[in-house]
Design a protein around this ligand. Structure first.
Ligand SMILES: [Zn+2]
Length: 242
């Protein structure tokens, strides 16, 4: 069997859960999941983003997110006035929209057209359909000052493809923040065992660092954060090197 991330024919540690099987690659040390039966995106999944929240403006998760983001940027004394901020796979757009209160100009991508239309029409922010894993996809034409990738890296099957896309939208001072990246933790593999739709890839920190370096980025800050379930996630800030 071939690793879905490094593409090597190698050996794996396997973790069997109710609806998926997880494989930890002995060569690249990343983990990926395969469903036991076909699971596809459903429109209902995205309708939920709009009708019931995902990120509800008043929710604890949302408020908590914003506080953490303020912390992340406060450290750098970041001034958002007139800065362009892009949230990749940013759900219904309410999260990135919030940065307008700091003077930023918010942009959004999502894989699903319903949420993209919602962000454009209801929130009045530029939004495009963008699939992390589709080579034909391009991000916006402009360069951004801040690019946020929250949990979406766990759906990215080719990090190098994504990073090439990102770097084309960066200027020398662009800050790219990878927030909420889950390391290959056994606890996390079992956490979603009864769910049909779960994260696909957990990246090892060393592999992430190597991929950034090979694609023209330097890691400028790395922190662990405690997620709401007390497990450890990574937050990484990267910049174009040189
Ligand atoms: Zn591998």
């Amino acid at each position: 069997m071939r690793c879905q991330i490094c593409k090597e024919e190698t050996e794996f540690e396997e973790y069997d859960t109710a609806k998926h099987k997880w494989y930890v690659c002995k060569y690249c040390t990343n983990a990926f999941s395969l469903p036991k039966k076909d699971v596809s995106y459903t429109q209902e999944f995205y309708d939920y983003f709009i009708n019931f929240g995902h990120i509800k403006k008043q929710s604890y998760v949302f408020q908590n997110f914003m506080l953490e983001m303020e912390d992340i940027f406060e450290v750098d004394g970041f001034n958002f006035q007139d800065k362009k901020i892009l949230d990749i796979s940013g759900g219904n757009g309410h999260f990135v929209k919030k940065f307008e209160k700091f003077g930023a100009r918010a942009y959004l991508t999502e894989i699903n057209e319903t949420v993209v239309k919602y962000a454009r029409n209801r929130l009045k922010i530029p939004a495009i359909v963008f699939d992390l894993n589709d080579k034909r996809n391009k991000l916006f034409e402009e360069e951004f000052d801040v690019i946020l990738l929250r949990s979406c890296i766990m759906f990215c099957e080719d990090l190098s493809l994504l990073l090439k896309n990102l770097i084309s939208r960066c200027h020398d001072k662009t800050l790219v923040v990878f927030y909420d990246c889950i390391p290959p933790l056994i606890k996390k593999m079992y956490q979603f065992e009864n769910d049909d739709y779960i994260y696909r890839f957990f990246y090892d920190k060393e592999y992430l660092y190597k991929s950034f370096e090979e694609n023209g980025f330097d890691v400028i800050q790395h922190d662990y954060r405690n997620a709401l379930d007390k497990s450890v996630h990574y937050v990484l800030k990267v910049k174009k090197n040189g």
